[in-house]
Design a binder for this molecule. Structure first.
Ligand code: NDP
Length: 338
């Protein structure tokens, strides 16, 4: 198929891009600058320009940002991953909500208007659009694709975490509303991963520009957990290569249409990450917390569960375990100087 991938320079998108190419798809990816396009192109010297090309979209928060980018003859599918994931927020609306929501509705409107050949759209949402933060750790409850984060517009600006979770929730809702009201020619699927761990692509993300979800691993390697391991916070994870494959399968499998996918490999704790690094990378020993250092364990009172049976049934991916994920993350961070 011919696929438009938005935000091709992102942590997850870089893996989606590689899997799309491996599966023989033709990829057109949007990036914010020619410099980023050149880096991706240089990293794929064997891929012909006819299979990998670029569109520059500097800011997805601008109305109509995708109107020209989607004008691609014979385009079959769109995978929209671009959305801000960081907590350096001065203005919740400008920094998080607008790019997430306008980016999502903008790409859908552009497809409806200018890319009538598109049959399937996949949007990267998040477990953040599922979990109800106000309910705390919620022992005994099982989250699934049926759940929606009930966060409100008033709660969004209260702190950066709320801002991010609201941005994902409102953007995903807007996408499903669009499909319901506009009845476009394409079907929609959303990906709802929890924390995504796994190797970074070295040519895009140096240590300074490290994506948010891997920052805890960098912090550990740099000695920031030596005196105390931080609370895990998010307790579910998926490897980046597995969530990337899930995006690609969602455009390949007709039964993925019209569904949300809760793609998770289950639980992890910061304590487990520290133990995996200690076991596999003795060269970091002087920076790592010793066995006596406290923190980062699972909560004593228990924790929510999850039901991902529908996702497993349709996508059928065998997920990588935490150890493989962390070992490969650390190798990739070492390669850029961690
Ligand atoms: P990255 O920060 O690596 O990727 C985000 C991408 O979005 C980058 O390509 C970035 O471009 C682009 N982007 C952000 N804001 C804009 C904007 N205003 N205009 C144009 N492009 C923009 O993060 P991830 O790969 O982790 O995130 C990808 C998606 O996955 C997001 O939708 C995120 O919410 C979602 N997600 C991530 C999880 C995780 O743990 N990593 C968990 C659940 C969901 P640039 O790099 O040039 O700024």
């Amino acid at each position: 198929s011919k696929v438009l991938l938005t935000g091709g320079s992102g942590f997850i998108a870089a893996h989606v891009l590689d899997i799309l190419l491996e599966h023989g798809h033709t990829v057109i990816t949007t990036v914010r600058s020619q410099e980023k396009a050149d880096k991706i192109k240089d990293a794929h010297p064997k891929t012909p320009g006819s299979q990998l090309s670029f569109r520059i979209v500097p800011d997805i928060a601008v109305e109509g940002a995708f109107d020209e980018a989607v004008k691609i003859p014979g385009l079959d599918a769109v995978i929209h991953t671009a959305s801000p994931f960081h907590f350096n927020v001065t203005d919740t609306k400008k920094d998080l909500l607008d790019p997430a929501i306008i980016g999502t509705t903008g790409v859908l409107k552009a497809i409806k208007k200018n890319a009538p050949s598109v049959k399937h759209v996949v949007i990267t949402s998040s477990f953040a659009a599922i979990i109800d933060g106000k309910k705390g750790l919620r022992p005994g409850y099982k989250y699934s694709e049926k759940d929606w984060n009930p966060i409100t517009e008033e709660e969004a600006p209260l702190n950066p975490g709320n801002g991010y979770r609201a941005s994902k929730t409102f953007a995903e809702k807007a996408a499903w509303d669009f499909v319901e009201k506009e009845k476009p020619n394409f079907t929609l699927s959303t990906m709802n991963p929890p924390l995504v761990l796994g190797p970074i692509v070295h040519y895009l993300n140096g240590l300074d520009a490290l994506n948010t979800s891997n920052q805890r691993v960098r912090d550990l390697l740099q000695g920031k957990w030596k005196e105390g391991i931080p609370e895990t916070g998010a307790y579910l994870f998926i490897d980046v290569r597995d969530i990337a494959l899930a995006h690609v399968k969602a455009i390949e499998l007709p039964e993925a249409a019209g569904k949300r996918f809760f793609v998770t490999n289950g639980f992890f704790s910061n304590r487990e990450i520290a133990d995996i690094v200690a076991k596999n990378f003795p060269e970091y020993e002087k920076n790592l917390p010793g066995k006596e250092v406290k923190g980062g364990a699972y909560p004593e009172g228990g924790l929510y569960g999850f039901d991902d049976s529908k996702t497993m049934e349709i996508l059928g991916i065998k997920y990588r375990g935490l150890e493989e994920s962390i070992v490969d993350t650390v190798k990739s961070l070492k390669a850029v100087g961690a």
